[in-house]
Structure formats: structure tokens, C-alpha cells
Design a protein around this ligand. Structure first.
Ligand code: ADP
Length: 478
């Protein structure tokens, strides 16, 4: 089946197309997706610009009703959407359905936000003058999203953008665009006027760059790799007029396990955080920093649990770990597995798995005897590969945890209130978890990091408004 870009409510074909292939079964082609050029991207931007005056002037009630209907439709179709997602991305069906549910919840939250748009009123420092502070829509917003959460990330960018009265051009990742395509169709069905949300399918170097450069795009929200993010930020400040920019990038998230931790809880947090969703989460626990008293028991139990994980076809109900997303990522993962061994760490797991179908199946890999200077401890791998770093005590654990170029998420497993509170205070990451995996967050609170992980204001929850609206300060002498 062929899938086109969706501009101003119309399907727009492109001569070039890319194959979207199921990573659980390479003989299964999900579809042929348009590869738009710069002219098609510009057409989408023009459509969004034309739709902006009337959409930004709609009532909060109307925007609420459309977003709420979209939420209802998504939640009614969790099964179909979850299946489509797992088929194109490779996360298990349970994970795919969970993600589709999350997309529905996000739309319900931002439907409510439409009705909560307030301002401030305060006296001026000057006599007889009043000051009001209000928020206005930005204009056309360009959204550039990655493949690892192909419906949730588009949802948590589209919903606040629309709630605050912006119009949108969405460019999903080339290797998993089907979920975003289905989502855009649902919004049309929910009654979103034509041109308010446009989908352009294609390459980052063409469609993404055209969005970054176009003068009618007011802001770019991006989730993806650090290198692309940096390039986008540079493009947004080089453009005239300059664009507002929000970047969510990688992580190398530490999970500290102290001697006093509940061993079972710590092992489950590590197993989930490091390997679920095939480790393809920017919040994955890729550095397990373990104090010496619990180290051997932790490694023994974790490797036992890892070996028992069922790796296989994402749509098979028994599967716990789906395939790696594509050939390119598979090679990156295998490259780091070889590199970790070369660097002197000891490997547990990490074998290529043969299944009934041909796919990118990889048993989770755990490196022990790693140190924080190794490439496997410093660079984001984005696969089911984690390392264990042994440390003496809480102080050295803290030092290693914060010794990273990233700062997205972090966690500690401990039964000590003192260490839990100290960890939350001293973690250099934007998110800190106690007795929980580093991955797995709520949708009504801010999401984001520090250092090389994030740039610009936070996504999700009420904090999303800081990006998707512009503040106006007005003075009146009356
Ligand atoms: P990932 O490793 O998750 O694929 P990327 O940063 O390569 O991370 O991709 C994230 C998103 O950014 C994708 O939608 C991709 O097409 C887009 N992208 C890639 N290169 C560029 C670029 N030069 N300009 C704008 N967007 C880009």
C-alpha cells in the first residue's frame, strides 16, 4: 500500500518512496511512504500559514472538543494503533498498545489545557497604569520526531501545539511513519479544520531542513539525536526571523543500586529500564552503578532474569523483547557489543537470536567490570546494551552518575531516606527516580533533561505552554 503526505486535507504523492519494513519479519512491507521534496514541504508550510489566523482565533471550547474527540477515537482504537505501531517499530504488542493509550491520554490532558489558559493581571509601578500578561499562539510550528515512540512523541507535540492555537507541519521519522499517518487521519476525523495539521513524509535532510529554514515556520520542536539537534538549533538561529527551538536528545542514564536496596526491586528496575522496548528509549538505564556489597548478588540475579527473557516477533504474545528497529541500529548495537569486549568489560548475553521469521533479534547484553571512561559507558547506544560499574559507596556512585555528557533521567534503588533525598537533590539530570526504572514517566508533568540531553523549555504537562505560546505584556493607563 502507498502512503502520501497529507497537506490541507489532501493526499500529496511524491515520485520517490521509501519502504517501511517490519523489523520482526523482513518479508513484511508495511507500506511505501512518500519521500517529499522541498517544494512539497513548502506547500505544507503555506497551508499551515493560511490556516493559522482562523485556527488561532477559535474558542477554547472548540479546540477542547476536537482534542477530546481525538483522544476518544485513539482510545477506542488502541488495539489497531498498537498493532500498527508494533509492526513498524518492533516494540511488543503490550508496549505498542501502552504507547497508543498514552497518546490518547495526552490528547485528553491538552483538551483540558485549552480551558485552563489563564493570564496575570497586576498593578504597574506607575500610578494609574495596569499590566496584563497573556499568552498567544506562535504561528506555524514544525515538529520533527524520531522512530522510537512513533505515536506518543507526535501526540505530545501536536496536542499542546494545537491547544495553544498554533498550526502544525509534522515530519515523522522515515523508518516508522505509519503511526503518525494514522494519528493525523484521526485528527481530521475528530473535526480539525483542513490545513491546521499537515504531515510531510520524507528525509530529515530534505523535509526537516526545509522546515528549519522556512521563514514562515515560527518554532521547531525536535526529538532525536544530539548531532541532528545541534544542527537544527544552529539552523533555527541562523534563519531570519530566528526560530524558537526545543530539543530532546539522548541520554546515558545512571541507575544507582546501593547495598541497602531491595534486591528484587532493583533487579526488576534495571531489567525494565535497560532492556524493555529493546533499550530504544532515551530514558533507558544504560549505566548500572552498583555498590560492592550488593554487586555480585545483583549481577547474578539480573543475568538470570535476562536469560529468561523471551526475544522474538513483536506481535507474538509471548515476546518480552522485540527486535531492534532496523539494520542500521542492529549494526550499531553489535558494534558496541564488540567494542565493550575490546575495552575489557565482561559480556553477558548479547547474542543474535534466530527466530521463525527473519528479523533483527538480539538478546539483551550486559557488560560487567565496566568503568565509566569506556565508550559503552559514555556514548548513547540506543539498544538493549547496558553496563555495570562497581563503586565503593554512595559518594563515588554519585560522582560516576553525574560524570556524563548527558542529563536526561537518573535513578537510585535504596531503602535509605537519607540517600534517596540526597540523590534527588544532587542528580545532574532533569529527572530523578527513587526505586523506579529511569524510563517510564507520567504525561501530566514536565519531561526533559539537562546538558547534552535537552535544550529549550520542557515538554509535556502544563509546562509545555512555555514552548507553544508567546508571552505578551500589555500596559494600560486608564
Ligand atoms: P534517530 O537516531 O532517532 O533517527 P535523528 O536525529 O537522525 O535520530 O532523527 C530524528 C528526526 O530528525 C527524524 O525525523 C529525522 O528524519 C530528522 N532529521 C534528520 N536529519 C535532519 C536534519 N538535518 N534536519 C532536520 N531534521 C533532521
Amino acid at each position: 500500500m502507498e502512503f502520501d503526505s497529507i497537506i490541507n486535507g489532501d493526499f500529496v504523492a511524491s515520485a520517490e518512496r521509501s519502504q517501511n519494513i517490519n523489523p520482526s519479519d523482513l518479508s513484511d512491507v508495511v507500506g511505501l511512504f512518500a519521500r517529499a521534496d522541498r517544494a512539497v514541504t513548502n506547500q505544507a508550510i503555506e497551508a499551515a500559514a493560511e490556516a493559522f489566523p482562523s485556527w488561532s482565533a477559535t474558542t477554547p471550547q472548540l479546540r477542547h472538543d476536537i482534542l477530546k474527540r481525538a483522544s476518544d477515537l485513539i482510545l477506542q482504537r488502541v488495539d489497531t494503533l498498537g498493532r500498527a505501531l508494533s509492526r513498524e517499530e518492533g516494540k511488543t504488542l503490550a508496549e505498542g498498545m501502552g504507547e497508543a493509550t498514552r497518546a490518547g491520554q495526552v490528547f485528553a490532558f491538552f483538551a483540558g489545557e485549552c480551558l485552563r489558559a489563564g493570564g496575570e493581571q497586576l498593578p504597574s509601578t506607575r500610578p494609574g497604569v495596569g499590566v496584563t500578561i497573556t499568552r498567544e499562539a506562535l504561528g506555524v510550528v514544525g515538529l520533527i520526531t524520531p522512530w522510537n515512540f512513533p505515536i506518543a512523541i507526535p501526540a505530545w507535540k501536536i496536542a499542546p501545539a494545537l491547544a495553544w492555537g498554533n498550526t502544525v507541519v509534522l515530519k515523522p521519522a522515515e523508518i516508522a511513519p505509519h503511526s503518525a499517518w494514522l494519528l493525523v487521519q484521526i485528527l481530521a476525523e475528530a473535526g480539525l479544520p483542513k490545513g491546521v495539521l499537515n504531515l510531510v513524509l520524507g528525509k530529515g535532510s530534505v523535509v526537516g531542513e526545509a522546515l528549519v529554514e522556512h521563514p514562515k515556520v515560527a518554532a521547531i520542536s525536535f526529538t532525536g539525536s544530539v548531532n541532528t539537534g545541534r544542527r537544527i538549533a544552529q539552523g533555527c538561529t541562523a534563519a531570519l526571523p530566528m526560530k524558537k527551538v526545543q530539543l530532546e536528545m539522548g541520554g546515558k542514564n545512571p541507575l544507582v543500586v546501593l547495598d541497602d536496596a531491595d534486591l528484587d526491586l532493583a533487579v526488576e528496575a534495571a531489567l525494565n529500564g535497560a532492556f524493555y522496548s529493546t533499550g530504544q528509549r532515551c530514558t533507558a538505564s544504560s549505566r548500572l552503578i552498583v555498590t560492592k556489597g550488593i554487586h555480585d548478588a545483583f549481577v547474578a540475579r539480573l543475568s538470570e532474569r535476562m536469560q529468561a527473557l523471551v526475544v522474538g516477533h513483536a506481535l507474538d504474545a509471548k515476546t518480552q523483547i522485540g527486535p531492534v528497529v532496523d539494520q542500521n541500529q542492529f549494526e550499531i548495537d553489535l558494534g558496541y557489543i564488540a567494542r565493550g569486549t575490546d575495552e575489557g568489560a565482561r559480556l553477558i548475553g548479547g547474542e543474535v537470536v534466530k527466530a521463525e521469521t527473519e528479523g533483527y533479534f538480539l538478546r539483551p547484553a550486559l557488560f560487567t567490570e565496566a568503568d565509566n571512561a569506556m565508550a559503552i559507558a559514555r556514548e548513547e547506544i540506543f539498544g538493549p546494551v547496558a553496563c555495570v560499574i562497581a563503586v565503593d559507596d554512595f559518594e563515588s556512585a554519585m560522582e560516576v552518575a553525574n560524570d556524563t555528557d548527558f542529563g536526561l533521567s537518573s535513578g537510585i534503588c535504596t531503602t535509605s531516606l537519607k540517600y534517596a533525598e540526597a540523590f534527588k537533590r544532587r542528580s545532574g539530570a532533569g529527572m530523578a527516580m527513587v526505586n523506579l526504572p529511569t524510563a517510564g514517566v507520567d504525561y501530566h508533568v514536565p519531561f526533559g533533561g539537562r546538558k547534552g540531553s535537552s535544550y529549550g523549555s520542557r515538554e509535556q504537562g502544563t509546562y509545555a505552554r512555555d514552548f507553544y505560546s508567546a508571552v505578551k505584556t500589555a500596559y494600560t493607563l486608564a
